[in-house]
Unconditional design. Structure first.
Length: 307
């Protein structure tokens, strides 16, 4: 369990993280969602004591990071900037980490297998592709078999196969009972992996809820209809007390409508339907609305600087 309490970080005039409080539960994937510049990486760096909070605190299983004895055994992380010496082979990088954290050397081959790098383990990491580099970073994060894992934008730049692999890995780490905290600026990515969601914008907490709650609160359903006999259909719908909204392409939308009821009604009146499709408002739209203020603020601030 990670507990973030009133966490604040200022860089000069910039408030990167603004009195942020939330908890990250164990046994599920928690998504940390926010537009670029929202303060995700800064928060994660403070969780790892790589950056000092201006005020507030982070505790890991009730302790501060610097109180942890051999921290790699508590908390593993894949951050945006990877600290791998390019001239070192993948195996040597992991061996060096293992030895400096008193982790058994046998664990190195285990994590190389887990991330699928065993065959290239004796190559210099400088020649690795982005995806291989991410895998090496994940291997390093798993080296101490930690109960808590942080991933900062882990799928950025990966190919579809790599993305799928990372998603599956995060879910299985959570299923093993670990605390998995993963950041992204893409709602669509979170919807596929996260069970719990912490949304921030401009360093502030905007939402802290289960993914299911976010979906039910933010994605209303509607039915989209197209017909070559719009007047007849509008009449029929009005007669049945169903209100519809016309679309610019000549179709209609019915909020929370039942496609079966509309289809039956059209059949009874002999009206042809060319489309009758249940739809859901996109989660991406809901996220954009939620964070619109923070994005506008940022653009506004940039414009001011130019004048
Ligand atoms: P995110 O990871 O959500 O994209 P960051 O945590 O990287 O956001 O950045 C949050 C804000 O803090 C941004 O405005 C960024 O420019 C600023 N920032 C981050 N790190 C530094 C730093 N080392 N010095 C100055 N400003 C920083
Ligand atoms: Mg970031």
């Amino acid at each position: 369990m990670i507990e973030v309490h009133e966490l604040t970080k200022r860089y000069g005039d910039t408030v990167a993280v603004d009195r942020l409080s939330f908890q990250v539960p164990q046994g599920v994937v928690t998504g940390f969602l926010g537009p670029n510049g929202a303060g995700k990486s800064t928060t994660m760096r403070m969780m790892l004591d790589l950056d000092r909070p201006t005020s507030g605190s982070v505790s890991i299983d009730g302790k501060q990071y610097r109180q942890l004895n051999e921290p790699l055994k508590y908390i593993g992380a894949l951050l945006e900037a990877k600290a791998v010496h390019p001239g070192r082979t993948a195996r040597n990088h992991l061996l060096w980490l293992a030895q400096s954290n008193r982790i058994p050397v046998s664990r190195v081959n285990e994590v190389l297998d887990l991330v699928g790098l065993r065959e290239v383990a004796s190559r210099r990491s400088g020649g690795f592709s982005l995806g291989m580099g991410q895998r090496l970073g994940i291997a390093a994060a798993m080296l101490g078999d930690p109960r808590i894992m942080l991933f900062d934008e882990p799928v950025n730049g990966l190919d579809p196969e790599g993305i799928l692999w990372v998603r599956t890995l995060m879910k299985s780490l959570a299923q093993e009972g670990r605390t998995v905290f993963v950041s992204s600026h893409l709602m669509s990515e979170m919807a596929l992996t996260a069970h719990h969601l912490v949304v921030i914008g401009r360093g502030r907490l905007l939402a802290n809820l289960s993914m299911n709650d976010f979906i039910s609160q933010n994605s209303h359903s509607f039915v989209r209809i197209r017909t070559p006999q719009p007047e007849a259909l509008l009449d029929a719908l009005a007669g049945a007390g169903i209100s519809s909204t016309p679309l610019s392409d000549g179709g209609f939308e019915i909020v929370d409508g039942d496609p079966a009821a509309v289809g039956d009604l059209a059949r009874d009146r002999g009206i042809a339907l060319h489309e009758l499709s249940p739809q859901r408002a996109s989660l991406e739209e809901a996220f954009m609305q939620m964070t619109a203020d923070s994005v506008e603020y940022r653009t506004g601030a940039e414009q001011k600087k130019e004048h």
